[in-house]
Design a protein around this ligand. Structure first.
Ligand SMILES: [Zn+2]
Length: 222
């Protein structure tokens, strides 16, 4: 399809250059963004093409993955590179279901290779959104809960934006929005209140939080 091109990227496992389909940036068309950051595209869906499978060693990864640790390599060899075949749709056009499968495999390799919690949570968020696109409310809810748990663990263990892989403001807003999506009123209120009360949170984040909280109360509060 003309909206896609073959992008070169470096495999974090074998360090060789591999290629994967991506949406040409000039063809990316955004219809709208939902309050939790989920973007609706009118053309080719950018999310579908983020997961990569290396054509040489078959490792599955997301470009946000960091350098692999030596001690993780034996288990990755056993459970991923020696185990997974080259998936036929990894380097072609993808359906929603195929993209979902690739994200789950990426999350699996992220867990095996001890990628940052922020990366694992980001993949969980993408999986949540793909289930939303599928109209599968049950699985969307399940992945919202898992992702909220991951972000909450990240919050408790937060050090700084570089080591944690996310800014403190974004993390707070993400948690508040996740609990709003889960329709957990008390939890959403608790996290939005934390943002309103925290003088170190930027004005723009507080403004977004205020809008999200007001929208949520209007549509959900009894
Ligand atoms: Zn490779």
């Amino acid at each position: 399809m003309s909206d896609l091109f073959l992008k070169k990227c470096k495999c974090p496992y074998c360090l060789k250059e591999t290629t994967t389909k991506r949406v040409l940036s000039r063809h990316v068309r955004i219809e709208k963004t939902e309050f939790d950051g989920f973007i609706h595209y009118t053309g080719e869906n950018v999310y579908f093409y983020e997961p990569v499978q290396c054509e040489h060693c078959h490792f599955l990864f997301h470009e946000s993955f960091e350098k692999l640790r030596k001690e993780d390599r034996p288990v990755l060899e056993e459970k991923v590179t020696n185990f997974f075949p080259l998936l036929p749709y990894a380097r072609t056009e993808r359906t929603l279901e195929q993209a979902l499968h690739l994200y789950k495999l990426c999350l699996y390799t992220a867990q095996l290779s001890h990628q940052k919690d922020a990366i694992q949570a980001m993949l969980g968020m993408r999986i949540t959104w793909l289930y939303r696109m599928l109209g599968d409310a049950e699985n969307e809810h399940l992945w919202l809960e898992r992702t909220a748990e991951k972000y909450e663990a990240l919050y408790l263990d937060y050090s700084d934006p570089v080591r944690s892989g996310i800014t403190h403001d974004t993390l707070l807003l993400r948690l508040a929005d996740l609990y709003a999506s889960l329709n957990q009123y008390e939890n959403a209120k608790r996290w939005y209140s934390l943002i309103f009360a925290n003088k170190e949170v930027s004005e723009s984040t507080r403004k977004q939080a205020r809008e999200h909280w007001n929208d949520y109360k209007e549509t959900h509060a009894s």
